[in-house]
Unconditional design. Structure first.
Length: 92
C-alpha cells in the first residue's frame, strides 16, 4: 500500500504525536520518545504495531512522541495518521 508522510496528535499532556513516513525497508519501525518508555514503552509500541497491522499498513517508519496517552488515544492517533498517509476511506 502506497503511503505518504502524515501526522496526527499533539504534544499536549495525555496525547501522543504520531508521524508516519514511507520507508524502503520491509516492515514497520517505531521510534518512541516517552518519559514513561521504561514502564510502558513495549505496550505503546505494540499498540502502534497492532493498529497498523489491522489497517494493512506496511513498510512505514513511525515516530511517536508520547505525553502520557492511553491505549485508546494511541490507536486513534495511529489510525488518523494512517488514513491521512494512504488517502483511503475506511468504513468502521
Amino acid at each position: 500500500m502506497e503511503c505518504k508522510n502524515a501526522t496526527a496528535g499533539t504534544l499536549e499532556s495525555g496525547d501522543i504525536l504520531i508521524q508516519i513516513a514511507p520507508q524502503e525497508a520491509n516492515g514497520v519501525t517505531v521510534d518512541l520518545q516517552s518519559s514513561v518508555a521504561h514502564q510502558f514503552g513495549t505496550q505503546i509500541k505494540q499498540v502502534i504495531m497492532d493498529t497498523l497491522q489491522g489497517l494493512g499498513i506496511t513498510n512505514v517508519a513511525v515516530r511517536a512522541i508520547d505525553k502520557g496517552a492511553l491505549d485508546c488515544t494511541i490507536r486513534a492517533r495511529v489510525t488518523a495518521a494512517a488514513l491521512r498517509a494512504t488517502d483511503i476511506d475506511y468504513k468502521f
